[in-house]
Design a protein around this ligand. Structure first.
Ligand code: FES
Length: 63
């Protein structure tokens, strides 16, 4: 993602701060951050892309 969108917002790039948060439009995130609480790990509307990935073949986000 950094190559595709060099100016995408981010700070810690370790999944801690939440500054890279993007709204998910389609697809299923694989949350690998520590921003979301245990009870939020199934959320499909948000992703922290500095460390998280996609569980689905395509993940569309709102940049
Ligand atoms: S840059 Fe801090 S959580 Fe992604």
């Amino acid at each position: 993602m950094r190559e595709a969108v060099p100016d995408a917002p981010a700070s810690c790039e370790e999944g801690i701060c939440g500054s890279c948060e993007l709204r998910v439009l389609d697809g299923t995130p694989d949350h690998r951050d520590t921003v979301l609480a245990a009870g939020e790990r199934d959320r499909r509307d948000v992703i922290y892309p500095c460390v998280s990935r996609a569980r689905s073949p395509i993940l569309a986000v709102d940049l």
